[in-house]
Design a protein around this ligand. Structure first.
Ligand code: ADP
Ligand code: MG
Length: 241
């Protein structure tokens, strides 16, 4: 058991390190992309334009990998707190709406007040943003809608993300969350792997239902945590300390 503890501490250090590397690497990638784009806008030869285009695509691929893994993960100690899921979801909607609007899609939020669960705010956002991004990518033929519904059901906080996108084939449903499983030419196949892992760490479950050509529904169930009981727990611990 002792051995296991050490291993998980090491994993924690590795994941913090990965997060800080990702943050540091993101900036030079963006700067390089900007310069390549500037060069491409100048009157360069057709042949060189193709190379520039390929270079930009590869940089975008590197950025996607970082985004799917760690956009919101911060290089600090894993911080599990009482999350107001209601508030988290409304922040996620605010973050993703501009991207949705750009693609002619709409995000609808239908969330009960005062939904609480234990988790890490950065990781939870990462998990959901990966899902909303997939929904947006599945509806990019225009007039897409994504509905985020959340409510309490049998002591669980249930979050549904539904879209009217292209849907998922039955064989593919079973493969969701496998590393590198993707149907996209520029996909990483890492987004849902990260999402499943985060929900699992929160003691929750994630299920997908889908019909090809109709849409997809993802259902997250998390153990509900009551706001006041948590505060009492914390007060008790501070009192004891
Ligand atoms: P990526 O987005 O890089 O392909 P993900 O792990 O995020 O990797 O998703 C894996 C695959 O699952 C996608 O390529 C897509 O085929 C499928 N998928 C996930 N969510 C949806 C969705 N809402 N609608 C349709 N297909 C989806
Ligand atoms: Mg994805």
């Amino acid at each position: 058991f002792n051995h296991e503890l050490q291993r998980s501490e090491k994993m924690e250090i590795i994941s913090q390190l990965a997060a800080s590397v990702a943050h540091e690497v993101r900036n030079p990638l963006q700067v390089t992309r900007g310069f390549l784009q500037l060069m491409g806008d100048k009157s360069v030869q057709e042949k060189d334009k193709r190379f520039l285009h390929m270079a930009i695509q590869e940089l975008d691929r590197a950025s996607s990998i970082i985004t799917d893994f760690l956009t919101f993960a911060k290089p600090q100690l894993e911080d599990v707190t009482l999350l107001c899921i209601t508030e988290e979801l409304s922040q996620i909607e605010a973050m993703m709406s501009p991207l949705a609007t750009m693609q002619g899609a709409k995000i609808e939020l239908e969330v009960e007040p005062n939904l609480y669960a234990m988790g890490n705010t950065a990781k939870f956002k990462q998990a959901l943003i990966n899902m909303v991004k997939n929904s947006l990518e599945a509806t990019n033929r225009g007039n897409g809608w994504i509905q985020i519904i959340a409510r309490v059901e049998d002591n669980d906080v249930v979050v549904c993300i539904a879209d009217n996108g292209e849907g998922i084939e039955e064989e593919a449903l079973a493969k969701l969350g496998e590393p590198y499983f993707t149907n996209k030419s520029k996909g990483t196949g890492l987004g849902l792997m990260v999402t499943f892992r985060i929900i699992e760490v929160m003691q929750g479950t994630l299920r997908f239902r889908s019909q090809k050509g109709v849409g997809t529904e993802a259902i997250i169930r998390l153990p509900s945590a009551a706001a006041d009981s948590q505060v009492n727990e914390k007060q008790k611990r501070t009192a004891e300390a």
